[in-house]
Design a protein around this ligand. Structure first.
Ligand SMILES: [Zn+2]
Length: 99
């Protein structure tokens, strides 16, 4: 079952963040606004943004570890390493398991 919205691309439902189309089973719906659907990658990105904002002004080993991961992730993306044929695929798979 899908909700009707103007973002329905006809061949799937559009993610409200990136705009790509997905099956309903691969979209995360918001509780109070079920018409809004995010793909898994955008849901993960949103979660990371929320954690980053929550970490602001806090200290601790977890905060520092997540900040270090953010720095490394930003460098990998800036250098385009995530698009390299073999190591890029491995890094993307690893990234899906990191906070
Ligand atoms: Zn998306």
């Amino acid at each position: 079952m899908s909700t009707t919205n103007s973002r329905d691309a006809g061949h799937g439902l559009a993610c409200w963040c990136c705009g790509a189309t997905f099956d309903e089973s691969t979209l995360v719906r918001l509780g109070a606004h079920p018409e809004v659907g995010l793909c898994f990658d955008c849901a993960r990105w949103t979660h990371r943004r929320a954690v980053e904002q929550a970490d602001a002004g806090r200290a601790g080993i977890g905060v520092h570890g997540r900040q270090a991961l953010r720095v490394v992730r930003a460098q990998v993306i800036r250098l385009g390493i995530h698009d390299w044929p073999l190591i890029g695929r491995l890094l993307r798979q690893l990234d899906q398991r990191l906070p």
